[in-house]
Design a protein around this ligand. Structure first.
Ligand code: ACO
Length: 330
């Protein structure tokens, strides 16, 4: 039931990160932290930060146009655009609606989804489902986040973790190779308080009283997220492999959500995977939330880490809590 039908393929990817690099040494000048603490606890060495004028859609447009070009697809062919983001341009309308005319996706149905760092996985699963039920031939998903604008730059426990970026993936029906073959996804709202931006929604609108208490910024119980993350990704990968009738030792490349090197290494150990079978780029970008998986996939392709016939596993966890995994046969 959870298997994808034959022939939904990834035909193009693209990614974009802002030019501005903020290193751990730069952060040492801003908060009470050290490069040594950040590197050993997270694996992150630097992150990209958007300009004041750059919004999530600006990053997404750059990633999306690269993905379209790489796929060799005209913008008007795209039937569906799903944008995963936790840092939309506006509360209303969707960031997908902002992107649509600028990318020229005039025939696409466009909407956003909110699944935090699992957003790109959720978007891929939803795109597949809609391609099947609505008979769409071509879809694009974009994960884009500018969490630097939601981070409290005086809070050392969160500001060192995140970076900005966008990644896009183009899907096409009835193409051989690079196929999505199975998936697993899930949610557990009992973890809703572990990671949240308290103000800015209908619960706590942007009012001076909330801003005075810094409620517009991201708050995280890092230990609770950490504890759940390894279990969520590990079990989700096993379930997705099982759906595809594959085993741990069939994995050629694991592309996990880039949150923390210790989480990634623990998941890889549980899956008995050597380090050269895990895609890691968090040292350069930090946690780019919904953009993390599509950026890592794009870089893995560009760096020649994926060969025809490889079994590639995408897996993520995020606020909500949410999680999801996808098995690809390249
Ligand atoms: N520099 C120096 N010291 C720091 C820093 C910092 N940047 N941040 C925290 N500390 C201190 C703490 O204050 C604490 O000091 P204390 O012992 O005097 O109280 C000490 O370091 C240890 O802090 P811990 O929180 O116990 O550190 P831990 O080893 O758990 O690492 C971390 C913290 C990196 C946040 C870890 O818990 C983690 O990675 N959690 C998962 C977070 C995550 O993945 N979030 C993304 C979710 S995806 C999404 O949906 C956006």
């Amino acid at each position: 039931m959870l298997k994808f039908p034959d022939g939904i393929s990834i035909v193009g990817t693209g990614s974009y990160v802002p030019d501005k690099i903020v290193s751990n040494f730069d952060l040492e000048k801003m908060v009470d932290t050290t490069d040594e603490w950040i590197t050993t606890r997270t694996g992150i060495q630097e992150r990209r930060i958007a300009q004041a004028s750059e919004a999530a859609s600006d990053l997404a447009l750059k990633a999306g146009s690269i993905a379209l070009k790489q796929a060799g697809i005209a913008a008007k062919e795209v039937d569906l655009l799903i944008v995963a983001t936790q840092s939309p341009d506006y509360q209303l309308p969707s960031t997908a609606a902002v992107i649509q005319p600028k990318l020229g996706l005039k025939n696409a149905v466009c909407f956003d989804i909110s699944a935090a760092c699992s957003g790109a996985i959720y978007a891929l699963i939803m795109a597949e489902s809609l391609m099947k039920t609505c008979n769409y031939n071509t879809a694009m998903i974009i994960g884009t986040d500018v969490l630097s604008k939601s981070v409290d730059w005086s809070d050392r426990s969160t500001c060192v973790l995140f970076g900005d970026g966008a990644g896009a993936i183009v899907l096409k029906m009835n193409i051989k190779g690079r196929n999505l073959i199975s998936f697993d996804w899930g949610s557990d709202g009992s973890g809703v308080d572990f990671l949240k931006i308290p103000a800015g929604g209908s619960r706590n609108p942007i009012l001076a009283s909330n801003i005075d208490q810094n409620q517009q910024y991201l708050k995280m119980d890092g230990k609770k997220v950490y504890k759940h993350a390894t279990d969520m990704m590990y079990h989700s990968v096993l379930r997705a492999l099982n759906q595809a009738q594959l085993k741990k030792n069939n994995i050629d490349l694991l592309i996990p959500h880039q949150a923390n090197i210790r989480i990634l290494k623990t998941v890889a150990k549980k899956l008995s995977l050597p380090q050269d079978k895990i895609m890691i780029n968090l040292d350069k970008y930090g946690n780019t939330a919904a953009a993390s998986i599509p950026i890592a996939l794009d870089e893995a392709i560009v760096q020649g880490k994926i060969q025809s016939g490889d079994i590639v596993v995408l897996t993520a966890f995020g606020a909500g809590l949410t999680w999801g995994s996808i098995i690809l046969c390249w």
